[in-house]
Design a protein. Sequence first.
Length: 85
Amino acid sequence: MPFPSPRSQDLQQRFEELKAAARYSLEEVIASANEAGWGTREVLGALVEAAHSLEDANSADPDPADDPPIGDAVREQIGHGEQFD
């Protein structure tokens, strides 16, 4: 399910639009998880933990697309005593 594009340029209005879209998406995820046998409280707990994990990852590296590909990192390690088996 794709997220709708913002309709407003006003920051407060954009945030309200985003909250509504996020809530709708989360309600769908919770309903799907309930159908699979998960309880609402445990799903909500897992979603909160997942959101915190994503927030931590974003704080550590806000733009991972700028990181070098894994292959380049390994190539740079060769000959420097850092190559792992």
